[in-house]
Write a protein that binds this ligand. Structure first.
Ligand code: 4FV
Length: 265
């Protein structure tokens, strides 16, 4: 895959592919990555890339000409790439979109600055907008780096044997289970016994239960509209039985009504 990032701060973005897994992906040629300076496409002596907004108001807007020239240059070096503007107006980026983008031949990630870019580029040379969250950044670089990072690790061969995207959070619509490493006891807190047991079936069940519990507590929204897998149903049924034990027969709504009727006589 080829990833081209259009920015007025190329050194900021280039930090991504000079460290860790993304650096290894570039060295393995699983990814070819380039940060292109939009200023290099501003013909004037001062390489101006912004101007005052039509209609007045505060802040500046990125000029269309330098960005259009930079986009055409990037398209020449990344045939078939999707050009994406990082902006709060975009669809919300998530693991499913990361997987979708990881199957493309290339990405051109456009980093806005100031109030944003001239809107005539969106829908023209820019295919779509993506947002990493409902907050406003000073520039699109951090968003572009987040997308480039999440996509790169999904490219086949980038994650080494020890890591696997299959076990990722969200890859099965759940949060990941808890992770532990040595020492077996840290500041008086022990690692869950089952993880030291070597009993793979019990360890798998513990991890599934940990993942379900963390999702149930932290992100119950992830369960909405999501089918419950048989192994998950077993665990939910076990929870329901335990809850029923705690609540006695009031656990079922019908039983509860019966009890209240009895109390009202
Ligand atoms: C952003 C986001 C974001 C808006 C104006 C850059 C800034 C400035 N990008 N997800 N949230 N962009 O805040 O992607 O030009």
């Amino acid at each position: 895959m080829r990833i081209v990032v259009l920015t007025i701060f190329p050194e900021l973005v280039a930090a991504l592919w000079s460290h860790g897994m993304v650096r290894r992906a570039v060295e393995q040629r699983a990814v070819s990555a380039e940060a292109v300076n939009i200023r290099d496409f501003a013909p004037d002596r001062h390489h101006v890339t912004d101007d005052r907004p039509y209609g007045g108001g505060c802040g500046m807007v990125m000029k269309p000409e330098p960005l259009a020239a930079a986009l055409r240059h990037a398209r020449d070096t990344a045939p078939g790439a999707r050009a994406i503007l990082m902006s709060p107006q975009g669809r919300r980026f998530d693991q499913a979109i990361a997987r979708e983008l990881s199957e493309l031949p290339g990405l051109i990630l456009v980093c806005g600055r100031y109030e944003g870019v001239d809107d005539r580029l969106v829908g023209g040379l820019i295919d779509e907008e993506l947002s990493i969250g409902d907050y406003v950044l000073t520039g699109g670089e951090l968003a572009a780096m987040a997308v480039a990072d999440a996509v790169t690790r999904l490219i086949p061969g980038v994650l080494g044997g020890e890591e696997s995207a299959e076990r990722d959070s969200f890859s099965d619509g759940r949060l990941e289970h808890g992770h532990y490493t040595r020492p077996p006891v840290f500041e008086g807190e022990a690692v869950p016994e089952v993880l030291l047991s070597g009993h793979h079936a019990r360890i798998e069940r513990w991890r599934l239960e940990s993942s379900l519990m963390r999702t149930f507590v932290n992100r119950p929204d992830l369960f909405e509209g999501r089918p419950v897998a048989p192994a998950e149903r077993d665990i939910f049924e076990a929870w329901r039985a335990r809850l029923q034990g705690l609540l006695g027969d009031e656990a079922t709504p019908a039983a509860g009504t019966r009890k209240r009727r009895r109390e009202r006589g």
